[in-house]
Design a protein around this ligand. Structure first.
Ligand code: NAD
Length: 295
């Protein structure tokens, strides 16, 4: 058993921290929200009054926060009180520059660090089946392994500092473009009077097959059960897709790489979200695409 600090106990953080408690670790948790802290107490997490309190006794501290700015503000609170030699694991999705700053600040304070964004959503966080994309030294990745084994099924070391975040946003930029493409293909098929089941049977086994068809088909009653079968309740909310696709564009700007499909997919997601009353699952963009007429 070890003592683990956990900062950010929201939709993802709370089930992750709960799995660590279930595995026999002592978890010291902090979140800005009093309601969230109440829920954490019920999950046998020892709740703290500040982020610094959660990190100051811990051999490992995990952060699961909304963005890079908040991550760095938490770093400013915890680096001086975290025991020297402890390991920081940032599982939030943040911009690559903030991830690199996080590593640099940890190193200055004598702490190990990995950027470790996740894939798998709230379901994966609850089931302990997340996939981790990791940036950091080999030694720090090795140290993190026993904890990440509790939280997920797969760990991929992508390279040095910031490489996990870079891999995450490349993947999610691709996901945004494939989901738009799949939505367009099914919308066109509908207008051409194709049975969506027949189109699924073809595309899921042909050269167009991809995760957005085979695993996350956006058509109700077709393929595996997905948010399409549940009125597009998230799942992975459109706002989170917009966040990740925006981070990809920030990275593309700073790297000087043109990503015409990625930037167009982001625009389409923004247009879709602007006219949606609810923050529906990102695959719900098909309902908006179906209503677009050729001008
Ligand atoms: P969330 O908004 O539910 O949780 C974030 C938590 O951080 C909130 O409880 C909030 O109160 C807390 N917080 C904010 N500022 C804080 C501070 N200064 N100190 C302590 N706590 C603070 O978000 P989430 O869905 O849990 O996502 C967390 C991260 O995981 C994000 O970076 C998101 O992009 C990423 N992510 C989410 C999903 C998903 O499906 N929800 C999937 C993959 C990755």
């Amino acid at each position: 058993m070890s003592t683990i600090g956990f900062i950010g106990l929201g939709n993802m953080g709370l089930p992750m921290a709960t799995n660590l408690v279930k595995a026999g670790h002592e978890v010291l948790g902090f979140d800005m929200s009093p309601e969230v802290l109440e829920a954490a107490k019920e999950a046998s997490i020892i709740t703290c009054a500040t982020a610094a309190d959660a990190a100051s006794e811990a051999e490992t501290t995990i952060t699961m926060l909304p963005n890079g700015e908040i991550l760095l503000s938490v770093m400013a609170e915890i680096t001086s009180v975290t025991p020297k030699g402890a390991l920081l694991i940032d599982c939030s999705t943040v911009d690559v520059e903030s991830a690199k700053t996080f590593h640099a600040q940890a190193a200055t304070a004598g702490l190990g660090s990995i950027d470790c964004p996740v894939s798998g959503g709230i379901g994966g966080a609850t089931a302990g089946t997340l996939t981790f994309m990791i940036g950091g030294s080999e030694a720090d990745c090795k140290r993190a392994e026993p904890i990440l084994d509790i939280l997920g099924g797969r760990q991929v070391r992508c390279g040095e500092s910031g490489a996990g975040q870079a891999a995450k946003i490349c993947n999610n930029m691709l996901l945004a473009t494939t989901m738009v493409g799949v939505g367009e293909a099914f919308s066109l098929g509908k207008k051409l009077d194709l049975d969506p089941q027949a189109l699924y049977d073809v595309m899921s086994t042909s050269s167009g097959s991809c995760w957005s068809i085979n695993t996350y088909c956006p058509v109700a009653g077709v393929g595996p059960t997905t948010p399409a079968d549940n009125d597009f309740k998230p799942g992975f909310a459109s706002s989170l897709m917009i966040k990740d696709a925006s981070l990809a564009q920030v990275a593309a700007d700073s790297a000087g790489q043109a990503t015409p499909m990625g930037s167009r997919a982001l625009e389409l997601y923004k247009e879709f979200a602007a006219q949606s009353e609810e923050d529906v699952d990102f695959s719900g963009i098909i309902t908006w695409l179906e209503d677009l007429n050729r001008g």
